[in-house]
Design a protein around this ligand. Structure first.
Ligand code: NAP
Length: 319
Protein backbone atom coordinates (compact mmCIF):
# COMPACT_ATOMS: atom_id res chain seq x y z
CA UNK A 1 0.00 0.00 0.00
CA UNK A 2 1.03 3.64 -0.39
CA UNK A 3 1.87 5.67 2.70
CA UNK A 4 3.42 8.97 3.74
CA UNK A 5 6.33 8.34 6.10
CA UNK A 6 9.70 9.59 7.32
CA UNK A 7 12.91 8.06 8.65
CA UNK A 8 14.28 11.04 10.64
CA UNK A 9 12.81 14.09 12.35
CA UNK A 10 13.02 17.47 10.65
CA UNK A 11 11.30 19.90 8.30
CA UNK A 12 8.82 18.78 5.64
CA UNK A 13 11.68 17.59 3.35
CA UNK A 14 11.95 14.42 5.49
CA UNK A 15 8.52 13.23 4.24
CA UNK A 16 8.49 10.43 1.66
CA UNK A 17 5.63 8.79 -0.23
CA UNK A 18 6.09 5.14 -1.11
CA UNK A 19 5.15 1.50 -0.58
CA UNK A 20 4.93 -0.28 2.78
CA UNK A 21 3.23 -3.48 3.93
CA UNK A 22 -0.52 -3.58 4.65
CA UNK A 23 -0.90 -4.19 8.43
CA UNK A 24 -2.14 -7.52 9.79
CA UNK A 25 -5.18 -7.24 12.04
CA UNK A 26 -5.83 -8.92 15.40
CA UNK A 27 -9.07 -10.61 16.45
CA UNK A 28 -10.57 -7.38 17.86
CA UNK A 29 -9.38 -5.12 15.04
CA UNK A 30 -10.76 -3.98 11.72
CA UNK A 31 -8.90 -2.97 8.55
CA UNK A 32 -10.00 0.36 7.13
CA UNK A 33 -9.49 1.56 3.56
CA UNK A 34 -8.93 5.24 4.25
CA UNK A 35 -10.54 7.97 2.14
CA UNK A 36 -9.81 11.27 3.95
CA UNK A 37 -6.95 11.64 6.45
CA UNK A 38 -6.88 14.61 8.81
CA UNK A 39 -3.70 16.68 9.02
CA UNK A 40 -3.25 18.30 12.41
CA UNK A 41 -0.75 20.46 14.23
CA UNK A 42 0.28 17.47 16.32
CA UNK A 43 1.54 15.85 13.08
CA UNK A 44 3.89 18.80 12.61
CA UNK A 45 5.13 18.51 16.22
CA UNK A 46 5.65 14.76 15.65
CA UNK A 47 7.50 15.21 12.35
CA UNK A 48 9.81 17.69 14.08
CA UNK A 49 10.41 15.19 16.91
CA UNK A 50 8.73 17.37 19.56
CA UNK A 51 5.82 15.09 20.43
CA UNK A 52 5.04 11.45 21.15
CA UNK A 53 5.04 9.29 18.00
CA UNK A 54 4.56 5.54 17.80
CA UNK A 55 7.90 3.78 17.51
CA UNK A 56 8.09 2.31 13.99
CA UNK A 57 10.53 2.11 11.10
CA UNK A 58 9.74 4.16 9.12
CA UNK A 59 7.74 6.65 11.26
CA UNK A 60 4.17 6.98 9.98
CA UNK A 61 2.30 10.08 11.09
CA UNK A 62 -1.42 10.70 11.56
CA UNK A 63 -4.06 9.48 14.00
CA UNK A 64 -7.23 10.59 12.23
CA UNK A 65 -9.04 9.38 9.10
CA UNK A 66 -12.38 8.32 7.70
CA UNK A 67 -13.08 5.41 5.35
CA UNK A 68 -14.71 2.01 4.97
CA UNK A 69 -14.20 -1.19 6.95
CA UNK A 70 -12.92 -3.84 4.52
CA UNK A 71 -11.90 -6.64 6.94
CA UNK A 72 -12.97 -7.62 10.46
CA UNK A 73 -11.16 -9.61 13.18
CA UNK A 74 -12.34 -13.07 14.26
CA UNK A 75 -14.09 -11.78 17.43
CA UNK A 76 -16.11 -9.12 15.60
CA UNK A 77 -19.45 -9.17 13.81
CA UNK A 78 -19.32 -9.57 10.02
CA UNK A 79 -21.96 -6.86 9.62
CA UNK A 80 -19.27 -4.25 10.32
CA UNK A 81 -17.97 -4.90 6.79
CA UNK A 82 -18.60 -1.97 4.45
CA UNK A 83 -19.52 0.45 7.26
CA UNK A 84 -18.27 4.03 7.04
CA UNK A 85 -16.26 5.07 10.07
CA UNK A 86 -14.10 7.83 11.51
CA UNK A 87 -11.24 7.46 13.97
CA UNK A 88 -9.24 10.18 15.67
CA UNK A 89 -6.89 8.23 17.94
CA UNK A 90 -5.39 5.37 15.95
CA UNK A 91 -1.74 5.54 14.84
CA UNK A 92 -0.28 5.13 11.33
CA UNK A 93 -3.18 6.91 9.62
CA UNK A 94 -1.10 8.44 6.80
CA UNK A 95 -1.66 5.31 4.73
CA UNK A 96 -4.15 3.65 2.37
CA UNK A 97 -5.00 0.92 4.90
CA UNK A 98 -5.10 1.29 8.69
CA UNK A 99 -5.57 -1.32 11.41
CA UNK A 100 -7.94 0.02 14.09
CA UNK A 101 -9.10 -1.56 17.37
CA UNK A 102 -12.90 -1.83 17.11
CA UNK A 103 -13.48 0.21 20.30
CA UNK A 104 -11.71 3.20 18.66
CA UNK A 105 -14.23 3.38 15.80
CA UNK A 106 -16.75 6.17 15.46
CA UNK A 107 -19.67 4.89 13.40
CA UNK A 108 -21.05 7.45 10.94
CA UNK A 109 -24.79 8.08 10.93
CA UNK A 110 -26.80 8.60 7.71
CA UNK A 111 -26.24 12.12 6.45
CA UNK A 112 -22.60 12.34 7.55
CA UNK A 113 -20.34 11.19 4.73
CA UNK A 114 -16.64 10.37 5.10
CA UNK A 115 -15.55 13.82 3.89
CA UNK A 116 -17.80 15.68 6.33
CA UNK A 117 -16.77 13.34 9.16
CA UNK A 118 -13.06 13.94 8.53
CA UNK A 119 -13.66 17.69 8.24
CA UNK A 120 -15.20 17.75 11.71
CA UNK A 121 -13.14 14.90 13.19
CA UNK A 122 -10.52 15.61 15.77
CA UNK A 123 -11.18 19.37 15.85
CA UNK A 124 -14.87 18.83 16.47
CA UNK A 125 -14.29 16.36 19.29
CA UNK A 126 -11.70 18.73 20.76
CA UNK A 127 -14.17 21.63 20.63
CA UNK A 128 -16.73 19.32 22.28
CA UNK A 129 -14.62 18.51 25.36
CA UNK A 130 -13.25 22.05 25.63
CA UNK A 131 -16.75 23.54 25.69
CA UNK A 132 -18.62 20.85 27.62
CA UNK A 133 -16.02 19.55 30.10
CA UNK A 134 -13.63 22.46 30.62
CA UNK A 135 -15.39 25.73 29.74
CA UNK A 136 -18.93 24.86 30.87
CA UNK A 137 -19.97 28.38 29.89
CA UNK A 138 -23.47 29.69 30.49
CA UNK A 139 -25.62 31.81 28.17
CA UNK A 140 -24.38 35.43 28.07
CA UNK A 141 -20.88 34.52 29.26
CA UNK A 142 -18.25 36.61 27.52
CA UNK A 143 -15.78 34.30 25.77
CA UNK A 144 -12.68 34.99 23.66
CA UNK A 145 -11.01 32.46 21.31
CA UNK A 146 -7.48 33.02 19.98
CA UNK A 147 -7.07 31.95 16.31
CA UNK A 148 -10.86 31.72 16.08
CA UNK A 149 -10.91 30.92 12.32
CA UNK A 150 -8.82 27.73 12.81
CA UNK A 151 -10.32 24.23 12.75
CA UNK A 152 -10.97 24.01 16.50
CA UNK A 153 -11.80 27.73 16.70
CA UNK A 154 -14.58 27.56 14.08
CA UNK A 155 -16.33 24.62 15.70
CA UNK A 156 -15.84 25.81 19.27
CA UNK A 157 -17.21 29.22 18.37
CA UNK A 158 -20.39 27.64 16.97
CA UNK A 159 -20.88 25.19 19.86
CA UNK A 160 -20.65 28.14 22.28
CA UNK A 161 -22.90 30.38 20.16
CA UNK A 162 -25.52 27.62 20.15
CA UNK A 163 -25.52 27.87 23.99
CA UNK A 164 -26.14 31.64 23.82
CA UNK A 165 -22.57 32.58 24.79
CA UNK A 166 -21.16 35.91 23.48
CA UNK A 167 -18.19 34.83 21.34
CA UNK A 168 -15.30 37.01 20.22
CA UNK A 169 -11.82 36.15 19.04
CA UNK A 170 -8.68 37.13 17.20
CA UNK A 171 -7.26 36.35 13.74
CA UNK A 172 -4.26 37.32 11.64
CA UNK A 173 -5.98 38.40 8.40
CA UNK A 174 -9.13 40.02 7.00
CA UNK A 175 -9.93 36.82 5.10
CA UNK A 176 -9.90 34.87 8.39
CA UNK A 177 -11.95 37.62 10.06
CA UNK A 178 -14.60 37.27 7.34
CA UNK A 179 -14.62 33.47 7.69
CA UNK A 180 -15.07 33.58 11.48
CA UNK A 181 -17.83 36.21 11.28
CA UNK A 182 -19.65 34.18 8.61
CA UNK A 183 -19.78 31.27 11.09
CA UNK A 184 -21.55 33.40 13.68
CA UNK A 185 -18.84 34.87 15.94
CA UNK A 186 -20.11 38.11 17.51
CA UNK A 187 -16.85 40.06 17.17
CA UNK A 188 -13.55 39.18 15.48
CA UNK A 189 -10.46 41.32 16.02
CA UNK A 190 -7.37 41.58 13.82
CA UNK A 191 -4.04 40.84 15.52
CA UNK A 192 -2.49 43.81 13.70
CA UNK A 193 -4.94 46.15 15.54
CA UNK A 194 -4.16 44.63 18.96
CA UNK A 195 -2.93 47.94 20.37
CA UNK A 196 -6.47 49.34 19.88
CA UNK A 197 -8.80 46.52 20.95
CA UNK A 198 -6.78 44.63 23.54
CA UNK A 199 -6.71 47.36 26.24
CA UNK A 200 -10.52 47.61 25.98
CA UNK A 201 -10.93 43.89 26.72
CA UNK A 202 -8.62 43.75 29.76
CA UNK A 203 -10.52 42.22 32.74
CA UNK A 204 -13.74 41.86 30.71
CA UNK A 205 -13.73 38.19 29.66
CA UNK A 206 -15.09 35.15 31.56
CA UNK A 207 -13.18 32.51 29.58
CA UNK A 208 -10.37 32.63 27.02
CA UNK A 209 -9.83 29.51 24.91
CA UNK A 210 -6.16 29.69 23.86
CA UNK A 211 -4.77 27.19 21.33
CA UNK A 212 -2.09 29.60 20.08
CA UNK A 213 0.00 29.26 23.25
CA UNK A 214 2.45 32.15 22.76
CA UNK A 215 -0.53 34.41 23.63
CA UNK A 216 -1.12 32.88 27.09
CA UNK A 217 0.00 35.89 29.16
CA UNK A 218 -2.21 38.21 27.06
CA UNK A 219 -5.12 35.81 27.45
CA UNK A 220 -4.76 35.90 31.24
CA UNK A 221 -4.83 39.70 31.18
CA UNK A 222 -8.23 39.65 29.42
CA UNK A 223 -9.84 37.68 32.27
CA UNK A 224 -12.16 39.09 34.89
CA UNK A 225 -11.30 38.04 38.42
CA UNK A 226 -12.50 34.41 38.82
CA UNK A 227 -12.18 33.91 35.06
CA UNK A 228 -10.32 31.05 33.41
CA UNK A 229 -8.03 30.46 30.46
CA UNK A 230 -8.40 27.11 28.77
CA UNK A 231 -4.96 26.43 27.32
CA UNK A 232 -5.16 23.66 24.72
CA UNK A 233 -2.37 24.10 22.16
CA UNK A 234 0.73 25.90 20.93
CA UNK A 235 0.16 26.65 17.23
CA UNK A 236 2.01 29.95 17.73
CA UNK A 237 4.75 28.62 20.03
CA UNK A 238 5.30 27.74 23.69
CA UNK A 239 3.83 30.08 26.31
CA UNK A 240 6.11 32.05 28.57
CA UNK A 241 6.28 31.12 32.27
CA UNK A 242 3.21 32.19 34.22
CA UNK A 243 3.29 33.79 37.68
CA UNK A 244 0.98 31.58 39.78
CA UNK A 245 0.93 34.09 42.65
CA UNK A 246 -0.42 36.72 40.26
CA UNK A 247 -3.15 34.30 39.17
CA UNK A 248 -3.99 33.52 42.80
CA UNK A 249 -4.25 37.19 43.71
CA UNK A 250 -7.01 37.64 41.12
CA UNK A 251 -8.64 34.21 41.49
CA UNK A 252 -7.84 33.45 37.86
CA UNK A 253 -7.35 29.85 36.69
CA UNK A 254 -5.72 27.98 33.86
CA UNK A 255 -7.28 24.70 32.75
CA UNK A 256 -5.67 22.35 30.24
CA UNK A 257 -6.82 19.23 28.47
CA UNK A 258 -5.87 16.67 25.87
CA UNK A 259 -8.56 15.09 23.72
CA UNK A 260 -7.23 11.60 24.29
CA UNK A 261 -8.03 11.84 28.00
CA UNK A 262 -11.63 12.56 26.99
CA UNK A 263 -11.94 9.65 24.54
CA UNK A 264 -11.31 6.63 26.70
CA UNK A 265 -14.09 4.19 25.71
CA UNK A 266 -16.21 3.28 22.68
CA UNK A 267 -19.23 4.77 24.48
CA UNK A 268 -17.46 8.09 25.11
CA UNK A 269 -16.37 8.36 21.45
CA UNK A 270 -19.92 7.57 20.31
CA UNK A 271 -21.61 9.92 22.79
CA UNK A 272 -19.38 12.90 21.92
CA UNK A 273 -19.58 12.35 18.16
CA UNK A 274 -23.38 11.94 18.27
CA UNK A 275 -23.65 15.24 20.16
CA UNK A 276 -21.56 16.91 17.43
CA UNK A 277 -23.33 15.25 14.50
CA UNK A 278 -26.67 16.35 15.96
CA UNK A 279 -25.52 19.99 16.03
CA UNK A 280 -24.65 19.57 12.35
CA UNK A 281 -27.93 17.95 11.35
CA UNK A 282 -29.78 20.66 13.34
CA UNK A 283 -27.92 23.29 11.29
CA UNK A 284 -26.19 24.75 14.36
CA UNK A 285 -22.68 23.96 13.13
CA UNK A 286 -21.37 24.66 9.64
CA UNK A 287 -17.90 23.82 8.41
CA UNK A 288 -15.85 25.72 5.88
CA UNK A 289 -14.78 23.67 2.84
CA UNK A 290 -11.62 21.67 3.76
CA UNK A 291 -8.40 22.11 1.79
CA UNK A 292 -7.62 18.73 0.23
CA UNK A 293 -4.20 17.45 -0.90
CA UNK A 294 -3.49 13.99 -2.35
CA UNK A 295 -1.63 11.87 0.22
CA UNK A 296 1.26 11.79 -2.28
CA UNK A 297 1.58 15.58 -1.80
CA UNK A 298 1.90 15.38 1.96
CA UNK A 299 4.90 17.73 1.99
CA UNK A 300 2.86 20.52 0.35
CA UNK A 301 0.09 19.92 2.91
CA UNK A 302 2.54 20.18 5.84
CA UNK A 303 4.02 23.38 4.36
CA UNK A 304 0.54 24.86 3.96
CA UNK A 305 -0.43 24.04 7.57
CA UNK A 306 2.82 25.53 8.87
CA UNK A 307 2.32 28.69 6.78
CA UNK A 308 -0.67 29.60 8.99
CA UNK A 309 -2.66 30.56 5.86
CA UNK A 310 -5.29 27.82 6.02
CA UNK A 311 -8.84 28.40 7.17
CA UNK A 312 -10.38 25.29 8.71
CA UNK A 313 -9.39 21.71 8.03
CA UNK A 314 -6.64 20.21 5.87
CA UNK A 315 -7.31 16.69 4.56
CA UNK A 316 -5.09 14.20 2.72
CA UNK A 317 -6.98 12.12 0.15
CA UNK A 318 -6.00 8.58 -0.78
CA UNK A 319 -6.56 7.23 -4.33
N1 NAP B 1 -5.63 19.75 23.42
C1 NAP B 1 -6.06 18.97 22.45
O1 NAP B 1 -6.52 17.85 22.69
C2 NAP B 1 -5.96 19.45 21.04
C3 NAP B 1 -6.59 18.76 20.02
C4 NAP B 1 -6.52 19.28 18.71
C5 NAP B 1 -5.82 20.45 18.47
N2 NAP B 1 -5.18 21.07 19.52
C6 NAP B 1 -4.44 22.31 19.33
O2 NAP B 1 -5.38 23.31 19.00
C7 NAP B 1 -4.75 24.34 18.25
C8 NAP B 1 -5.57 24.63 17.02
O3 NAP B 1 -5.58 23.49 16.20
P1 NAP B 1 -6.33 23.51 14.81
O4 NAP B 1 -6.35 22.12 14.33
O5 NAP B 1 -7.56 24.28 14.91
O6 NAP B 1 -5.26 24.31 13.91
P2 NAP B 1 -5.50 25.39 12.76
O7 NAP B 1 -6.74 25.12 12.04
O8 NAP B 1 -4.25 25.46 11.94
O9 NAP B 1 -5.65 26.73 13.59
C9 NAP B 1 -4.61 27.22 14.36
C10 NAP B 1 -4.67 28.73 14.37
O10 NAP B 1 -3.55 29.17 15.15
C11 NAP B 1 -3.15 30.44 14.69
N3 NAP B 1 -1.70 30.56 14.68
C12 NAP B 1 -0.98 31.43 15.43
N4 NAP B 1 0.32 31.32 15.19
C13 NAP B 1 0.46 30.38 14.26
C14 NAP B 1 1.59 29.83 13.59
N5 NAP B 1 2.85 30.22 13.90
N6 NAP B 1 1.39 28.87 12.67
C15 NAP B 1 0.14 28.44 12.38
N7 NAP B 1 -0.98 28.92 13.00
C16 NAP B 1 -0.83 29.88 13.92
C17 NAP B 1 -3.74 30.61 13.28
O11 NAP B 1 -4.69 31.65 13.39
P3 NAP B 1 -4.31 33.15 13.05
O12 NAP B 1 -3.50 33.09 11.78
O13 NAP B 1 -5.61 33.78 12.88
O14 NAP B 1 -3.51 33.63 14.25
C18 NAP B 1 -4.47 29.31 12.99
O15 NAP B 1 -5.72 29.54 12.37
C19 NAP B 1 -3.33 23.81 17.95
O16 NAP B 1 -2.45 24.39 18.87
C20 NAP B 1 -3.44 22.33 18.19
O17 NAP B 1 -2.22 21.73 18.55
C21 NAP B 1 -5.24 20.60 20.78
Amino acid sequence: MKALYFNRFGDSDVLEYGDIKIPNIGENDVLIKTEYIGLNFADIYRRRGNYHIEDNQPYINGYEASGQIIKVGANLKENLLGKSVLFVDVPFANAEYVKAPSDHLIMLPNGIDTKKAATIGLQGLTADFLANNLGQNKAADNVFITGISGGVGQLLSQILSAKGVYVSGSVSSKLKQKAALSLGANQVYLNCDKAIWQPKLISKVDTVYDGVGSTLAESISLLKNRGKVIFFGMAGGKPENIDLIDLLTHSKSILTGDLWDYLTTFEERQFRSERLFKLISDGKIKTSEPTIFPLSEGKAAHDFLESGKNIGKILLKTD
